[in-house]
Each structure stands twice: as structure tokens, then as C-alpha cells.
Design a protein around this ligand. Structure first.
Ligand SMILES: [Zn+2]
Length: 383
């Protein structure tokens, strides 16, 4: 048994002082006042924040690697790098690409999910495209965009359909209604994104089952007072969730505050949408197969100059949000409990509760990662 001793623990939306967390066999065995038990290996967390592990439901890559590399090695590098930044589980996110390249990525994810790997755990795949509107492709490759259809999806997924937990699609592409119905029935999260649809069409999409918005504000129709767009649709509908890239580049701080103000922090997940250059020097990289130039940490497509993912990590997202005035506990919720709910793993991840997975992040007073536990295993931090 391990004991995380005396931390300031995030539990039930608030901080509790002088708490011991008992870990055994990868789970949280109990949460007790400091010093109640003395057997086992004690890890001193006195004066540190103890939070559930962060969950990133939209990440393409980091550390020079991309999910579209299609290799177990690349996924392991990504999993290890983000663990050092407090992320204990994630959805490996593909970028619209050829059937062969997508299959190779799915195969690698399926392989890694079967074995015990060090670093953050992969919860499954988030397919970002290819069923999107070319007019709102952002940094996705136009030549690989396809109309939506059940056959198109099953053909792309092949034997790996079971690991696809989330699909970003646009309501304004042909066949979107049919594919949304199919995916919702299978329990896949359908998120609306990369769309040029107006308000009415977006509301229809929400009715079909698109209850989450992919990188809210980015690559979707904006809110105007007579044309509320996709942004207005998700703000107006309480039965939806959104995700935000809090790198302070993709979305203006005021727009972050407005979105969280309208939705409430229990309906907002923070994501990185990070790409290979994360944790690396400025230079030339790829997002999927698209050429990207990174300058001062901002990634843009070489040809169009469109933003091409971020170089954000979730611990940085936490510090960014706090720097613009958010409360730490509200931000932690958006990094843990909310993404766990969106992906349907909230019965065992995203909170510090008895019986939950022992995925924990220990942060110092300045909100830098000090220690990380993934399923009870101490993940050495070297950053
Ligand atoms: Zn993305």
C-alpha cells in the first residue's frame, strides 16, 4: 500500500487540507485524515495540491511524434511525455488522412491498449475528420475529406471500430445525420466541429446526437446577434458540452471567460489539441501529413498560415487559466471530471474517490507538476 500523505486534496469541487490517500492495486483504497494509517510506503505531499490525473480528449502529438506516425513507439513517446505534464489518460486523436494511414494509426493504438505501457493510458481514439466541411478544414488535409456515411466510417475503421470512442464531424456534410445516428447507438461520442453550418443546422445536429463541440470557437461559425452560428447553438443548449484550447493563442482570454461563464465549468473540458512540436524547439514539423512551421511555440500550416494545433500541455493550460483569473479548483474540474464524463469513464476516472483508479497529479504551490501516479504507479518526473 502507498500513502500520499498530508496533501491539499481536490475532492468534490473543493480543497481539503491534511488528507491521506491510500493506494492499493492501482486503485484508491481510502481517503482519510492525515496520520490515520502508518503502514505502507508514505509519500510526503504536505503543502502540495493533489488532483485527479488530467484527461486530454483531443491530442495529436508531442515530443516530435504524432498519432498519425502509426507506430507503437510514437504512441509510447507521447504517453510518456504528457505523463510528465500531469496527463494520465487521453484519446489519441487522428487527423483526416488516407485510409491506409488512418488504419496504421488505429492498429498501433489497438496494440498499445492491449499492453501495459509506461506513461499516460490511452482510452481510445478520437477521429478528427475525415467527415468534415472543407470550408472549415482548419489544418486538416483537404484532399482526405469525405462525405459522411456509415459505410465510409466502417471502411475506415475496419476491425478497429471498437477502439474509436469519439468522432468529430460536421452536421453540414452529406450523410452526417445517418452517421451520427449510427455512432450514437454504438456509444461513440459525436462532436460537432470543422463546420460552416449556421445556427439552425447546428441545433439539428445537436438533436441528432452531436452533444459536444470540438475546439469550441475554432473552425466553426461564430456568434453574431442575428446569426448565432455554431457558437451560439452550443451556448444556447444546456444539454451540450464544449472543449477549449487554453493556450491563450487559439482563443482570446475574454472569449475563454465568456464560454465558461455561459456553460459553467461542469460543461467545459480543457484540451491541448497539441501536435508534434510540443516540448520541442521551434522549426518545421508535420500535423498528420500537413507541413507546419512553429514560431515562438505557435504552430501554423506552411502554406495557408492556419493555426495547426497547439504546443500546449495540460499543466500549462491550468496555469494559463489561473493567470487570467480562474479559480484553481474550477480549472482542475475542467481537466479531470468533465473530460471523464464526456468520454464515459467517470465511473472510475476523473475524481479522487474510493475505488477510483489511482491516477493522481501532485502540484506545487505554483502549479508545476511534482509527482504523477498512474494506476498507482509512481511516474518519475523529469522536466
Ligand atoms: Zn485537432
Amino acid at each position: 500500500m502507498k500513502i500520499i500523505r498530508g496533501g491539499i486534496v481536490y475532492q468534490g469541487d473543493e480543497w481539503k487540507n491534511d488528507i491521506d490517500i491510500l493506494l492499493e492495486e492501482g486503485k484508491i483504497l481510502d481517503i482519510v485524515p492525515k496520520g490515520k494509517y502508518n503502514e505502507g510506503q508514505a509519500i510526503d505531499a504536505d503543502g502540495y495540491f493533489v488532483c485527479p490525473g488530467f484527461i486530454d480528449i483531443h491530442i495529436h502529438g508531442c515530443a516530435g511524434r504524432d498519432v498519425m506516425d502509426g507506430s507503437v513507439d510514437a504512441l509510447e513517446d507521447i504517453a510518456r511525455f504528457i505523463a510528465g505534464h500531469g496527463t494520465t489518460s487521453f484519446l489519441a486523436t487522428t487527423a483526416a488522412s488516407s485510409r491506409e494511414a488512418t488504419r496504421a494509426s488505429l492498429k498501433a493504438v489497438a496494440a498499445i491498449m492491449k499492453k501495459q505501457c509506461r506513461g499516460a493510458q490511452i482510452l481510445g481514439v478520437h477521429l478528427e475528420g475525415p467527415f468534415i466541411n472543407p470550408e472549415a478544414k482548419g489544418a486538416l488535409a483537404g484532399q482526405h475529406i469525405l462525405p459522411a456515411s456509415i459505410n465510409g466510417f466502417t471502411d475506415l475503421a475496419g476491425e478497429y471500430e471498437g477502439i474509436i470512442k469519439r468522432v468529430t464531424l460536421a452536421p453540414d456534410v452529406e450523410g452526417a445525420r445517418e452517421l451520427t445516428g449510427y455512432l450514437v447507438n454504438k456509444g461513440v461520442v459525436v462532436s460537432m466541429g470543422h463546420t460552416a453550418a449556421g445556427y439552425d443546422e447546428c441545433i439539428e445536429g445537436i438533436e441528432w446526437g452531436m452533444r459536444h463541440a470540438t475546439h469550441f470557437y475554432n473552425a466553426m461559425t461564430p456568434l453574431k446577434h442575428r446569426e448565432p452560428g455554431a457558437v451560439g447553438a452550443f451556448m444556447a443548449r444546456e444539454d451540450t458540452t464544449i472543449e477549449l484550447i487554453a493556450d491563450l493563442v487559439h482563443v482570446h482570454p475574454a472569449a475563454l471567460k465568456i464560454a465558461v461563464g455561459v456553460k459553467g465549468c461542469s460543461r467545459v473540458a480543457l484540451i491541448t489539441d497539441s501536435m508534434a512540436a510540443t516540448g520541442m524547439d521551434d522549426g518545421e514539423y508535420f500535423l498528420g501529413l500537413q507541413e507546419v512551421v512553429v514560431n515562438q511555440g505557435v504552430a501554423r500550416l506552411k502554406d495557408s498560415g492556419n493555426l495547426a494545433g497547439s504546443t500546449l500541455t495540460l499543466d500549462k493550460a491550468l496555469r494559463n487559466m489561473v493567470s487570467i483569473g480562474f479559480q484553481v479548483n474550477d480549472v482542475v474540474k475542467m481537466l479531470t471530471e468533465v473530460p471523464a464524463c464526456i468520454t464515459g469513464v467517470d465511473d472510475h476516472k476523473g475524481r479522487i474517490e474510493k475505488g477510483y483508479d489511482a491516477d493522481l497529479v501532485i502540484l506545487d504551490k505554483n502549479l508545476y507538476v511534482n509527482m504523477v501516479f498512474i494506476k498507482g504507479n509512481w511516474y518519475g518526473i523529469n522536466i
